[in-house]
Design a protein around this ligand. Structure first.
Ligand SMILES: NC(=O)c1ccc[n+]([C@@H]2O[C@H](COP(=O)([O-])OP(=O)(O)OC[C@H]3O[C@@H](n4cnc5c(N)ncnc54)[C@H](OP(=O)(O)O)[C@@H]3O)[C@@H](O)[C@H]2O)c1
Length: 268
């Protein structure tokens, strides 16, 4: 692809972007990134007040905005709502951003059953079912982009956050499978695997957040990767190296090192 073609793709402006988890953090930054006249935004979140505040800022930038308050733990409600949104105005960019993270409570051997169930539903089951629904509709239209928000946590066996790490690892495999399946149908599928982003999620962690990236910078990087229909974007780049290291280091050694990590989180 020539440089001008690459530039044109990076300038991709969706006509209808649907963003989950748009009520704060990275979802808010993504909504503001895409907000402009000519782009309709459909924003999903749970907290109505914060969602409406994001919508108001996006409207100020010229976008028409529709908001929906729903919990993604209700998979059937999510699918029904996506069908409704897509039939009202075909979605050409779907960003599956909503996610939950949790750390094993201090002194506990495992995470709680409730936290594991929530991570399985919100981080894995909801995005893969919504993406399947979207991909089949987009394939018929021969256009569209789907973005999955993974995490570098997927690259490592985190003993203190098994549900987060494994739900993002499952999501990562689903995303690259879907990328392979959708390429002939002109539908872009992009997996984003960020390190620390400065949002409420990472601020909960009690400790250092190395190579921290602002939500605005992360949104710009994600938008560029989606525009180019990249299969995978890992950022900051150093985390690609750490992924390779985790593949090369023998598992018993990696596990021993990971067990030494003292990761805590502040109460909500
Ligand atoms: N921050 C980081 O360092 C980091 C690093 C790697 C990957 N990520 C990923 O980036 C994505 C965005 O995270 P963030 O940092 O922006 O976190 P955040 O500030 O905690 O925002 C999470 C968003 O997900 C929504 N959400 C959570 N549970 C939900 C549920 N059950 N149903 C519907 N919506 C739900 C929240 O909605 P309400 O607020 O309305 O409840 C909120 O809009 C996540 O997938 C996360 O795993 C974040």
């Amino acid at each position: 692809m020539s440089r001008p073609e690459r530039f044109a793709k990076a300038q991709y402006v969706p006509s209808h972007a649907l963003i989950t988890g748009a009520s704060g953090g990275l979802g808010r930054a993504l909504a503001l990134h895409y907000a402009r006249a000519g782009t309709h935004l459909t924003l999903w979140g749970r907290n109505e007040q914060r969602l409406e505040a994001v919508a108001a800022s996006c409207r100020q930038q010229g976008s028409e905005v529709t908001c929906h308050v729903l919990a993604l733990t209700d998979l059937d409600a999510g699918i029904a709502l996506f069908r409704k949104d897509d039939s009202r105005l075909p979605v050409d960019l779907l960003i599956l951003n909503a996610g939950v993270s949790d750390i094993r409570p201090e002194g506990s051997v495992t995470e709680t059953v409730e936290a594991v169930k929530e991570a399985a539903l919100v981080n894995y089951a909801a995005p893969v079912t919504l993406a399947t629904e979207a991909a089949s509709a987009m394939a018929l239209r021969k256009q569209g982009r789907i973005v999955f928000m993974g995490s570098v946590a997927a690259h490592h066996d985190l003993p203190f956050a098994s549900a987060y790490s494994s739900s993002k690892a499952g999501l990562s495999r689903f995303a690259t499978c879907l990328h392979a399946a959708m390429a002939p149908h002109k539908v872009g599928v992009t997996l984003i695997e960020p390190g620390y982003i400065d949002t409420a999620m990472s601020r909960r962690l009690d400790g250092a957040r190395p190579f921290l990236v602002s939500a605005e910078k992360a949104a710009a990087l994600i938008a560029e990767a989606a525009a180019r229909k990249r299969a995978v974007l890992i950022f900051p780049r150093l985390f690609t190296l750490l992924k390779l290291v985790s593949i090369l280091v023998p598992r018993p050694i990696a596990h021993r090192l990971l067990r030494l990590a003292k990761v805590k989180q502040k109460a909500l």
